[in-house]
Design a protein around this ligand. Structure first.
Ligand SMILES: Nc1ncnc2c1ncn2[C@@H]1O[C@H](COP(=O)(O)OP(=O)(O)OP(=O)(O)O)[C@@H](O)[C@H]1O
Ligand SMILES: Cc1ncc(CO)c(N)n1
Length: 266
């Protein structure tokens, strides 16, 4: 069985973070493991509290995992401090980790800030350069590229800038910010590839970013190339959104138990 690891924060409401990641990996028929960076007290309307683990405890979780079951792919999500980011970068380097998908989580769908200002610098210098691909949304890509993104042409320019400065492939998500669900994959030395997603009229998008990055990691774990992995991951998220689950009082979670037969190839 192929294996994947998520290094991320827990979402008590189960729609984002570690919980979304494990659901996604399991639905994609990959064995899921987790190293938790923080607990959040969170629901569909917002985050009320955050409790970080210590860098030492995060390192111990990673040692436990890597010395026993080697993950075929890794996804990182919410990592709020510089020390935790450095711990992850050190351990991924020490264990020669491969197929690393970094979701540079900065702000929750509900608007809560999930990373400190100073940690953004550490993210750029230590973790992003280790990534096989990073998956920023538009506001995150604006921070990483230091430019405004208003159009699809801006997305191409920003993705190229990030790829050239950080050395990793970039999947820039159009998502709920622009009109369509069109995402752009930029890989060094290759033509940019657009993934045109059918926009689903569903306000319940809690955890879409976590789900997409975990679905990409699940497909990379199976040995698929990056472009194919993104294609299948887009199909997965479209299916989970199209099921129109409506839970909670705010932006609710997606349904991971939707049928993933048909055009979605396992
Ligand atoms: N309404 C929608 N219909 C179809 N696809 C969508 C929709 N909203 C988002 N997506 C897709 O979901 C994926 C996640 O993108 P999104 O921009 O929502 O991430 P994010 O902002 O990082 O998520 P999060 O809110 O969890 O932080 C992308 O592939 C995006 O195109
Ligand atoms: C724990 C956690 N990670 C990531 C996100 C981003 O959606 C969130 N809301 N909560």
């Amino acid at each position: 069985m192929f294996t994947a690891l998520t290094i991320a924060g827990s979402d008590s409401s189960g729609g984002a973070g570690i919980q979304a990641d494990i659901k996604t990996m399991t639905a994609n028929r990959v064995y899921a493991m987790s190293a938790i960076t923080a607990l959040t007290a969170q629901n569909t309307t917002g985050v009320t509290d955050i409790m970080e683990v210590t860098p030492k405890f995060l390192a111990e979780q990673l040692d436990s995992i890597f010395t026993d079951i080697n993950p075929d792919a890794i996804k990182t999500g919410m990592v709020s401090s510089s020390e935790l980011i450095e711990t992850i970068a050190d351990k991924l380097t020490e264990y020669h980790a491969k197929n690393i998908v970094v979701d540079p989580v900065m702000v929750a769908t509900s608007g809560a800030r999930l990373i400190s200002e100073e940690a953004i610098g550490t993210l750029k210098s230590k973790l992003l350069p280790l990534a096989t691909v990073i998956t920023p949304n538009i506001p995150e890509a604006e921070v990483l590229s230091e430019m405004e993104i208003k159009t699809e042409a801006d997305m191409e320019k920003a993705a190229e800038t990030i790829c050239n400065t950080l050395g990793c492939a970039v999947l820039l998500k159009g998502g709920h910010q622009l009109n369509d669900a069109n995402d752009l994959l930029f890989q060094k030395g290759k033509e940019p590839v657009w993934f045109h997603g059918k926009r689903i009229d569903n306000p319940n998008t809690h955890g879409t970013g976590c789900t997409l990055s975990s679905a990409i990691a699940s497909n990379l774990a199976k040995g698929r190339d990056l472009e194919t992995s993104v294609k299948y991951a887009k199909n997965y998220i479209s299916g989970a959104l199209a099921d129109m689950l409506d839970l909670g009082k705010g932006s609710g979670p997606m349904n991971h138990a939707f049928a993933i037969e048909g055009e979605y190839e396992r």
